[in-house]
Design a protein around this ligand. Structure first.
Ligand SMILES: C[S@@+](CC[C@H](N)C(=O)[O-])C[C@H]1O[C@@H](n2cnc3c(N)ncnc32)[C@H](O)[C@@H]1O
Length: 278
């Protein structure tokens, strides 16, 4: 199948990889059978390379529900998205829905996915941020004309998901990596090691991803390497990460981050690419 340019991210996501795509593409392995992306987020890399066989995962179950619904209930989803209003009162009413967990859990998967897509398009900076209680807490973005429905992209992604062999998971990445077969290729884009204390995002999920988590991930990369599975990893090029992966001769690349929690800190940040193949 030819690459379809309409297939692209349906959510704006912290750490979105659009900017780094050219250098990631240059560094992909020449041959692999199955693609795996265990920290999927907005999926900029998946949607760009459009593999025919893939296993994708993100700990964020709300996000993975969005992908499941796009695959299985696209017409209902589009109908529901058309009902949303780009108004402050309506926005906060939608945002509040997760405050009462019992009620929230009674919503259908389509309603939950529609809410996340709506909030993502209309909230400030498109930032998916939850507080310690797991509640979405980004304010209203006051955009003039947000593309809430985005039907062409959603339909293109729906066709892609149904034409290829793709499996969705929402669990810790290690469980996904443990089940991979030999000819797999893994692209890992974990929550970044913070460049400075003030630039750290812990907004993706309750919990966060600290240095111990980065060390656990490096150990998983070593296991992939021991098992002959190719991996490519991106992260911020902090001293800690450079030291952690030094035995893989990492490359340092300059890239612009699309979203930063502190807007004055947007700009050039060195990134690191680590791989275990030529
Ligand atoms: C840097 S983002 C990925 C961005 C993505 N490459 C893109 O283009 O949008 C990291 C993702 O890892 C997920 N995550 C955090 N901890 C995780 C874990 N233990 N296992 C799996 N996913 C996790 C977060 O929910 C977040 O979506």
């Amino acid at each position: 199948m030819k690459r379809n340019a309409l297939i692209s991210p349906v959510v704006k996501w912290v750490g979105g990889k659009r900017q780094l795509l050219p250098v990631i593409k240059k560094n992909l392995p020449k041959k692999y059978n199955s693609y795996c992306e265990p920290f999927l987020g907005g999926g900029a890399v998946l949607f760009n390379i459009q593999p025919r066989k893939a296993i994708v995962n993100d700990l964020n179950s709300e996000l993975m529900n969005v992908y499941n619904v796009i695959k299985n209930n696209i017409d209902e989803l589009i109908l529901d998205l058309k009902k949303h209003k780009n108004e402050s009162d309506y926005f906060y009413k939608m945002r509040e829905l997760d405050r009462d967990k019992k009620k929230y859990n009674q919503l259908s998967d389509v309603k939950k996915a529609s809410r996340i897509l709506y909030l993502n398009k209309t909230c400030f900076n498109g930032l998916f941020r939850v507080n310690n209680a797991g509640e979405f807490n980004t304010p209203f973005g006051k955009y003039k004309n947000p593309n809430i429905v985005n039907e062409n992209t959603l339909r293109a992604v729906n066709s892609y998901f149904n034409e290829v062999e793709i499996t969705f998971h929402s669990k810790d990445y290690q469980k996904v990596l443990d089940s991979l077969k030999k000819n797999s290729f893994v692209y890992l884009d974990p929550p970044y090691d913070p460049v400075s204390d003030t630039s750290s995002f812990t907004g993706y999920n309750k919990g966060g991803f600290n240095q111990d988590e980065q060390i656990r991930l490096k150990e998983c990369c070593d296991s992939l390497d021991d098992n002959g599975i190719k991996f490519l990893l991106s992260n911020s090029a902090t001293e800690f990460i450079k030291e952690l992966y030094k035995n893989y001769n990492p490359q340092i690349v300059k890239a612009k981050r699309s979203i930063n929690s502190v807007s004055t800190k947007r700009g050039q940040v060195d990134e690191i690419l680590v791989k275990n193949y030529d």
